[in-house]
Write a protein that binds this ligand. Structure first.
Ligand SMILES: NC(=O)c1ccc[n+]([C@@H]2O[C@H](COP(=O)([O-])OP(=O)(O)OC[C@H]3O[C@@H](n4cnc5c(N)ncnc54)[C@H](O)[C@@H]3O)[C@@H](O)[C@H]2O)c1
Length: 325
């Protein structure tokens, strides 16, 4: 009988440290060739984007499909989140559906986790680094949590075009992470940070890439269409550029596609996929002064890995509702 897991149940079962570990394994499987990751199917109703994202991970025994929507006007118009999703998990041996779970929180945690893995492998290693976050929404919260898992942080800075959103972010995340977080008055202030994350709904660059300090690591997770970007040409050009998937970066990410179209660099500037760094096929950061950039588009392997670990934990804890469909 399939199990149903609500958002609250998923929240009680999924923690960032566990998610970073399984998402790291998923990226390694992608590099090792034991993952099946078909291109996601996109449908564009008038006000949004609906994505159908299947994946199989042989090593983790995870077979799943997520249905996720991104409706940017949702918060203002309906009081609903921008991103809404559900995940269907199957038994890879029988094909049986074992679980249907809410995917909103899971999406945010697995997106944070990918940045956590990238930060683990690409950011400078020293303790006491400062994290900088652009955007103070749902994803930004998980990005900061992941950065705090990957590196011991001394403090954080957040910038959002909505000052109220930044205040709410600080009120929630500072006690949760036991971390001093200050509100930046301008985008430039965030660039004082060592590890920077862009997690906004902006379709245009959120900071001036020429002002990035040497040694910075950036996780760019927001824009995911060819004509939108959070990072300008200079930021992408100055960075050692690592993507979640070459195909997704060159097919979907305006952060990379637009500079290529402008002639700022060629496709070979996309140095590696994250899995190639994790598995040691390519070296990561090569010096303390290098700027590294991880571009995340969001892959179904992240959802499959996170959903499998949630389901396993639910069975162990006796959480969830079994239903006959
Ligand atoms: N890479 C992935 O795997 C992945 C997964 C899920 C969502 N996303 C993307 O992440 C982004 C954020 O999603 P969310 O659910 O957190 O949205 P959200 O609406 O909860 O938050 C977005 C925040 O960005 C702020 N913002 C907009 N323009 C800005 C700017 N120029 N500078 C600073 N802040 C700005 C908004 O005021 C808002 O507070 C979206 O673009 C979404 O599509 C990516």
């Amino acid at each position: 009988m399939p199990m149903l897991l609500t958002r609250e149940e998923v929240m009680s079962l999924l923690d960032m440290a566990t998610c970073i570990d399984v998402v790291e394994k998923a990226f390694a499987e992608l590099a090792d060739g034991t993952a099946v990751l078909p291109l996601r199917i996109a449908i564009r109703p008038p006000d949004g984007l609906a994505l159908y994202m299947p994946a199989y991970l042989e090593g983790l025994g995870a077979l799943a499909c997520k249905v996720v929507t991104v409706y940017k006007k949702n918060p203002a118009r309906f009081g609903l989140p921008t991103t809404i999703g559900k995940v269907l998990l199957q038994n890879p041996e029988t094909g049986e559906v074992t679980c249907i779970m809410d995917g909103g929180y899971l999406t945010a945690v697995r997106t944070g986790a990918a940045s956590g893995v990238a930060t683990r492998h690409l950011a400078r290693k020293q303790e006491g680094q400062v994290a900088g976050v652009f955007g103070a929404g749902v994803q930004a919260r998980m990005q900061l949590w992941a950065m705090a898992e990957a590196r011991r942080l001394s403090s954080a800075i957040v910038y959002d075009v909505s000052g109220e959103a930044a205040d709410a972010f600080i009120a929630e995340m500072s006690p949760k992470l036991d971390l001093e977080i200050r509100k930046a008055a301008s985008p430039d202030e965030v660039l004082e940070a060592d590890i920077v994350c862009t997690a906004t709904s902006s379709p245009t660059p959120v900071f001036d890439g020429s002002r990035l300090r040497p040694g910075t690591h950036i996780n760019g997770i927001g824009s995911h269409t060819p004509d939108a970007r959070e990072l300008d040409t200079e930021a992408a050009k100055r960075s050692r550029l690592v993507g979640d998937s070459r195909e997704a970066c060159l097919g979907e990410a305006g952060d990379i596609i637009i500079p290529i179209e402008e002639g700022a660099f060629g496709e070979s500037h996309l140095y590696a996929e994250l899995g190639e760094i994790i598995t040691g096929r390519k070296p990561g950061r090569t010096g303390e002064e290098e700027i590294t950039l991880f571009k995340s588009n969001g892959l179904a392997i992240q959802d499959a890995a996170a959903a499998k670990v949630v389901y396993d934990k639910a069975l162990e804890a006796g959480v969830g509702t079994e239903v006959t469909l």
